[in-house]
Design a binder for this molecule. Structure first.
Ligand SMILES: NC(=O)c1ccc[n+]([C@@H]2O[C@H](COP(=O)([O-])OP(=O)(O)OC[C@H]3O[C@@H](n4cnc5c(N)ncnc54)[C@H](O)[C@@H]3O)[C@@H](O)[C@H]2O)c1
Length: 321
């Protein structure tokens, strides 16, 4: 992997009070950088950001162009993570449109004036829908099944368009399901992991939507952060899109089995109806492009990531969700 070093650099992290964003903030500050967090605290919280690190916080929305432009004028890089999540987006597509599409367009428009070294836009593997071939490669045809995946793909397309037309140095990372410390059980992407841990910790029966054979490519958050920051720093990332995952398919029943081992007891689950957002059956990503181009590959196994997440949960016991 390329060295992660932000000495004397300022990074605007949109959505920096969220799950992944707060982990990004810590890593940048701990590698010598200054961070400006722009977050409207819609799903995020300042409690997510490590209390022992310095950072500047601005409460506001990426939908506010003047605010975005002013902050970008003071930044060398932009890590753009702010977004309404799939649940909010399904409930209110207009709100998703304003934040996810409008916010991304604002950042790209402002970049034409402020000329950052790089913008990394965090997209989602949800744009693949139910893919024809597994593991999924970046040039698989997108199949947008939800308003959320429509807006995430639109953000990507704006990045390519601004790169090609206006030379805005953007790169796109497509996250698969990310899990780890600071993830609120209400977070819909991997809420399943934090919800299971919370249920087991409370002595309740974990609930599985559907038969449990649905699969995802679960990625530990530290690995996703490293991939994102590599895309921010590497000259080989400009204008590119990268899958961020592990290449390993894990089912919901596999999660239960691994948690049983970690907790040292047999877990019994209750199967309940699938939700309207559960329309993807299988997902696993091909990560060859980022492995060869940026020399990034995941370092934390699923079991080890789960163990660290359980340990974090036991110390913090997040209440929300
Ligand atoms: N976590 C995953 O597994 C996953 C998977 C695919 C894609 N992603 C993408 O990664 C990014 C981060 O996801 P996360 O899991 O940390 O979610 P999160 O909800 O924890 O973080 C999103 C942050 O953005 C903030 N935000 C939302 N709308 C905003 C707006 N209009 N202006 C300013 N701030 C706003 C929220 O308050 C929150 O702090 C998102 O762009 C998401 O689409 C995440």
């Amino acid at each position: 992997m390329i060295p992660i070093d932000f000495t004397d650099k300022t990074v605007l992290v949109t959505g920096g009070a969220g799950f992944v964003g707060s982990n990004v903030v810590s890593r940048i500050v701990r590698t010598g950088g200054r961070v400006i967090v722009l977050d409207d605290l819609f799903t995020g919280s300042l409690d997510n950001i490590d209390s022992d690190i310095p950072y500047e916080f601005v409460e506001g929305s990426v939908s506010d162009y003047e605010l975005v432009r002013g902050l970008m004028a003071r930044s060398d890089f932009v890590a753009h993570l702010a977004a309404r999540n799939i649940i909010i987006s399904t409930r209110n597509p207009i709100e998703d449109y304003r934040s996810n599409i409008g916010g991304t367009l604002n950042i790209l428009m402002a970049a034409r004036e402020t000329k950052p070294n790089r913008i990394v836009y965090t997209s989602s593997a949800s744009i693949y829908g139910n893919p024809r071939i597994l593991p999924i490669m970046e040039d698989e045809t997108p199949l947008t099944f939800s308003p959320y995946s429509v807006s995430k793909l639109a953000g990507e397309n704006y990045c390519y368009a601004f790169y090609e037309t206006f030379y805005v140095p953007a790169a796109v990372v497509r996250y698969s399901n990310i899990f780890g410390p600071k993830q609120n059980p209400a977070n819909p992407y991997c809420g399943v992991i934090s919800k299971f841990i919370r249920a087991i910790d409370r002595g309740e029966t974990p609930q599985i939507h559907g038969d449990g054979h649905q699969t995802r490519d679960f990625t530990y958050v530290d690995d996703a952060v490293d991939a994102t920051l590599s895309a921010l720093l590497s000259p080989r990332a400009e204008g590119m899109v990268f899958n961020i995952g592990t290449g390993t398919e894990t089912s919901i029943l596999d999660i239960v089995r691994t948690l049983s081992e970690i907790f040292g007891r047999e877990l019994v689950c209750e199967h309940i109806d699938r939700r309207d957002i559960d329309n993807i059956r299988r997902r696993v990503l091909n990560i060859e492009r980022i492995r060869t181009r940026l020399r990034w590959q995941p370092q934390v196994t699923f079991r080890e990531g789960l163990r660290r997440t359980v340990e974090w949960y036991r110390t913090i016991k997040p209440e929300a969700g």
